[in-house]
Write a protein that binds this ligand. Structure first.
Ligand SMILES: *Cc1c(COP(=O)(O)O)cnc(C)c1O
Length: 459
C-alpha cells in the first residue's frame, strides 16, 4: 500500500534548532540517564516522540490570542469566548476549564466513586486509573479482544467489548460508579471507538442508570476515524460527529494538551446534571482556582478557544493522521511490525515481534526505545512490561498485554524528512535486532516506575 505524504497545511514562520549529537555523545547521555529516556535532557534529543501531550506547535492565531487574553480574576472575556466554542461543539450545560486532564479527573471522580465502587472503561489511561484508585475504587478495563491482534486490520480496535461489558454490568450491579469511554483508546495504540459502539454503551448505561463519561483527550482524531471508517458518517462534518459523541455521554474530562493543540490546559463538563455541576464547581474552586479560569491564565483560555476549532479542522486532521499513516506504510513495506491500522497520535512498534529473543522481564519495549535513541537520537517510550510494573500483591513482574515502543507524533512539529529518518533508523535496528540485549532494573520507586527507574543493559 503506497501512501502519499500529505502536504503540511501551513507554513513555518518560527523554528527551534535541533542539536545533533555524535553516537559517542548519545552513548554517554543515555548511560548518564540510567538508560531511562525520561532522564534525557531534551537538548540531547534530535526527534522527540516521547509524547504528543503539550508538545504541539501553536498557530499564529493562537499566539495572537495569548496577547489578547483577558487576565481578570472573574468573568474574563477569554472565558466567555471559550464557553461559546464549547457550547457549540459539545452542547453541555456546564463546562469548566482546569489546568490539565488529570485535574478534571481529580475534581470529578471523588463525586462518583469511593471504596467498594468500580469504574469500567474500554481502557483507562494511567492517570485516569490512578484517580479511580485514589478514591478507593477499582478500575476495570474492557477493551475488545481485537485490540490484542496487533497486525489484524480491524477498523475500531478501541471499542468496548460489549459482551464482556454486559457481563460486568451484571456482575457489579449496584457497585458501578461510572463508565468511561476513552477516545481514542490511548493505551491500546491510539485506536478509535466507533459511533455504533458508543451508542450501544450509551444505551446500556441509560438502561442501568449509570453516568457515562467521555475521556475526550483525542476527541477530534476519533471523530475523523468515524468519518473515514463508518459508512453512515461519510458525508457528516467533524463538528457534527463530535457533537453526537458528546451528546451520547453525560460527563466529560479532557486533556486539552492533545487535540486542542495547546501546551497546557484541560476541561471538565456535565451535560445536564445541575447538582453534580455545583459540586464540581466547588471542587474546582478549592483545588484549581476560581471557576472562570480553573488554574489557567486568561491567555491559555483564549488559545484553547482557538485551538479547539483548529483541532477539528478536517484538513488539519487529514494531515495529522496522514503523517502516522505515512510512517505506518513505510514500516510495513520493511516488514517492521506495529499496531495496525496505525492509531491517531502515534505509531506503536511491536517490540515483541522485533526482539523475540528478549523476554518480557528484560523489557523489549524499553530496549527498543534505548536503541532508537542510540541509533538516531529519537526518543520514544516503552508501553509494555517495563511500564506496567509489578503486581501490587506479590511484587512479581507482570507480563503486559502489549510490548510496544510508542512513537508519539506532536502536532505540527515534524516534517516528512523527520519521519523518513525514523524509518531509516528502524531499518538499521531491524538488521541487527538479534544482537540487541535486554535490560535489568537496578532501582525503582514504589509506583509509576517507568518515569524514575534506573536500568542497566544485560550482557
Ligand atoms: C493525556 C491523557 C490524560 C491526562 O491528561 P493530562 O493533561 O496529561 O493530565 C487522560 N486521559 C487520556 C486518554 C490522555 O491521553
Amino acid at each position: 500500500m503506497a501512501v502519499k505524504y500529505v502536504m503540511e497545511p501551513f507554513r513555518i514562520k518560527m523554528v527551534e534548532p535541533i542539536r545533533i549529537l555524535t553516537r559517542e555523545e548519545r552513548e554517554a547521555a543515555i548511560k548518564e540517564a540510567n538508560y531511562n529516556v525520561f532522564y534525557l535532557r531534551s537538548e540531547d534529543v534530535a526527534i522527540d516522540l516521547l509524547t504528543d501531550s503539550g508538545t504541539n506547535a501553536m498557530s499564529s492565531e493562537q499566539w495572537a490570542g495569548l496577547m489578547r487574553g483577558d487576565e481578570s480574576y472573574a468573568g474574563s472575556s477569554s472565558f466567555y469566548k471559550l464557553m461559546e466554542v464549547t457550547d457549540r461543539l459539545f452542547g453541555y450545560n456546564y463546562v469548566q476549564p482546569v489546568h490539565q486532564g488529570r485535574a478534571a479527573e481529580k475534581v470529578l471522580f471523588p463525586l462518583l466513586l469511593k471504596e467498594g465502587k468500580v469504574a469500567i472503561s474500554n481502557m483507562f489511561f494511567d492517570t485516569t486509573r490512578a484517580h479511580v484508585e485514589l478514591t478507593g475504587g477499582r478500575a476495570i478495563d474492557c477493551v475488545t479482544p481485537e485490540a490484542r491482534e496487533v497486525q489484524s486490520k480491524v477498523p475500531f480496535k478501541g471499542n468496548m467489548d460489549l459482551p464482556r461489558f454486559k457481563e460486568l454490568l451484571h456482575e457489579y450491579e449496584g457497585r458501578i460508579g461510572v463508565v468511561v469511554m476513552t477516545v481514542t483508546n490511548n493505551s491500546a495504540g491510539g485506536q478509535p471507538v466507533s459511533m455504533a459502539n458508543l451508542r450501544e454503551v450509551s444505551a446500556l448505561c441509560k438502561e442501568h442508570s449509570l453516568p457515562l463519561c467521555l475521556d475526550a483527550a483525542r476527541f477530534a482524531e476519533n471523530a475523523y476515524f468515524i468519518k473515514q471508517r463508518e459508512e453512515e458518517f461519510t458525508d457528516s462534518s467533524i463538528e457534527d460527529i463530535v457533537h453526537e459523541m458528546f451528546q451520547l455521554c453525560d460527563l466529560f474530562t479532557m486533556s486539552a494538551k492533545k487535540d486542542a493543540i495547546l501546551n497546557i490546559g484541560g476541561l471538565v463538563g456535565a451535560k445536564d446534571n445541575e447538582e453534580l455541576a455545583l459540586k464540581l464547581k466547588a471542587n474546582v474552586i478549592s483545588f484549581e482556582g476560581y471557576s472562570s479560569y480553573g488554574g489557567l491564565a486568561g491567555r491559555d483560555l483564549e488559545a484553547m478557544a482557538i485551538g479547539l476549532l483548529e483541532g477539528i479542522d478536517e484538513q488539519q486532521l487529514h494531515y495529522r493522521i496522514g503523517q502516522v499513516e505515512y510512517l505506518s506504510a513505510l514500516l510495513e513495506k520493511e516488514g517492521i511490525a506495529h499496531q495496525s491500522p496505525a492509531g491517531g497520535h502515534g505509531l506503536f512498534l511491536d517490540a515483541k515481534a522485533l526482539l523475540p529473543h528478549i523476554p518480557y522481564y528484560e523489557f523489549p519495549g524499553q530496549a527498543l526505545a534505548v536503541e532508537l535513541y542510540l541509533e538516531a537520537g529519537i526518543r520514544g517510550c516503552d508501553i509494555g512490561s517495563y511500564m506496567m510494573g509489578n503486581d501490587p500483591d506479590t511484587l512479581e513482574q507482570i507480563e503486559a498485554e502489549f510490548e510496544f515502543t510508542r512513537l508519539a507524533i506532536p502536532r505540527r512539529v515534524y516534517t516528512q524528512a523527520h519521519l523518513d529518518l525514523i524509518v531509516e533508523a528502524m531499518k538499521n535496528i531491524r538488521d541487527r535486532a538479534a544482537s540487541i540485549k535486554g535490560y535489568r532494573i537496578i532501582w525503582e520507586p514504589p509506583i509509576l516506575r517507568h518515569f524514575q527507574a534506573h536500568l542497566e543493559p544485560l550482557e
